[in-house]
Design a protein around this ligand. Structure first.
Ligand code: SF4
Ligand code: SF4
Length: 366
């Protein structure tokens, strides 16, 4: 039926190398919840053996985190993220899209609403030469407007046009890849020069649509431009101990993992934590659509972060920041989740980070 691009679907050689990398396979041990199993389901859809209403097909399209951890380990170069977008387009078309996803994709597509949000939450704004501009993400504008203000202080010359729409990543990952592409093109016209973003997920989507040379995630931009961090982050008279949580799409989609680590290590003691490269369970709308599964993914990660004895866990994506912050607060951990931009600004003597709590108020999970 050619529902999927045959060049993408036929690439899988069913070797199974991707299985150990997949968080949902790790949870269930069920082949059907692995990348290879899901590609088998896509093939069954493509040949008409199963249809989009099949309960297992529906369940697996939703259970998949879309983290793309299956891509870098795949010897055949399967572009699983693109296959998943097509699959979600088929499963979540129109009223079949989950209500939360429908609401979020509708609201974020309305630029005047985003501008209104900007007036209330006051993210960064400012003019600059037309060679680079800072993207104000939808989630970040609403929940963490201080992150863009931190970037503007770290990079005083960067332009931050206030008239910015959504990048469309939310749409592309939630069953409307065509709208996702349109929004990315529109944002590309609104932002001059290199688009710098503080969101790994947005960076990966924009790079796919606008071209890799047009888009840089913040850590990538700082390293590429030789912007050396200054100062250090201190806690209780010593250098802070800091873990890094990768952004899945930044690491698995764009291959950016060394840069944020180099920046953290320049201003603090970077502490490796088991599982730091795997998904935190935020995964776009996943934590809203499947909160139980999202917690099952998150909890072992928070256990590892706490066991490592760090003061902060740094993220490079607002969705991960929200997920880790909420999880750590729930268990009243002494560890704080912060964005990389805020860590670097604290080191430089700018706005201070919230200090880690002296001790956990209550041990164990909330
Ligand atoms: S997706 Fe890649 S790693 Fe996984 S089974 Fe197919 S070819 Fe092998
Ligand atoms: S995107 Fe993530 S959860 Fe989905 S199949 Fe690939 S590794 Fe598994």
């Amino acid at each position: 039926m050619n529902l999927f691009d045959p060049q993408l679907l036929d690439r899988c050689i069913s070797c199974g190398f991707c299985l150990p990398a997949c968080p949902t396979y790790a949870l269930t041990g069920d082949e059907g919840s692995s990348p290879r199993g899901r590609i088998t389901l896509m093939r069954a859809l493509d040949t008409g053996v199963l249809d989009v209403d099949d309960p297992r097909v529906r369940e697996e399209a939703s259970f998949c985190l879309g983290c793309r951890a299956c891509e870098p380990v795949c010897p055949a170069g399967v572009q699983y993220g693109q296959l998943l977008e097509t699959w979600r387009d088929l499963e979540w078309a129109g009223r079949d899209r989950p209500l939360v996803a429908r609401l979020l994709t509708t609201v974020t597509a309305v630029t005047p609403l985003l501008r209104l949000l900007g007036l209330v939450r006051r993210p960064a704004r400012g003019a600059g030469p037309p060679d680079r501009s800072l993207m104000l993400g939808c989630v970040e504008r609403g929940l963490f407007p201080g992150v863009s203000r931190a970037v503007r202080r770290l990079l005083p010359g960067i332009a931050v046009p206030p008239a910015q729409g959504c990048c469309g990543a939310l749409h592309a990952h939630n069953g409307d890849s065509q709208r996702g592409e349109e929004l990315a093109h529109r944002l590309g016209e609104q932002l001059p020069g290199v688009v710098v973003t503080t969101s790994g997920g947005c960076a990966a989507h924009l790079a796919t649509v606008l071209g890799r040379e047009r888009v840089q995630e913040l850590s990538e931009h700082l390293v590429a431009t030789g912007t050396t961090p200054v100062g250090e982050v201190r806690v209780g008279g010593r250098r802070a101990r800091v873990a890094l949580q990768d952004s899945c799409h930044l690491r698995n989609g764009l291959g950016v993992a060394a840069q944020p680590r180099a920046l953290v290590a320049a201003v603090a003691d970077l502490v490796p934590v088991p599982g730091e490269a795997t998904c935190c369970g935020a995964a776009g709308t996943y934590s809203l659509l499947r909160p139980g599964d999202s917690r099952r993914i998150l909890d072992p990660k928070l256990d590892a972060v706490e066991a490592a004895g760090v003061d902060y866990v740094v993220t490079v994506n607002p969705g991960c920041l929200r997920q880790l912050d909420q999880g750590l607060r729930r268990r009243r951990s002494r560890v704080r989740a912060v964005h990389l931009a805020d860590l670097l600004l604290d080191a430089a003597g700018g706005r201070a980070l919230p200090r880690p709590r002296r001790r956990a108020l209550r041990a164990g999970r909330g």
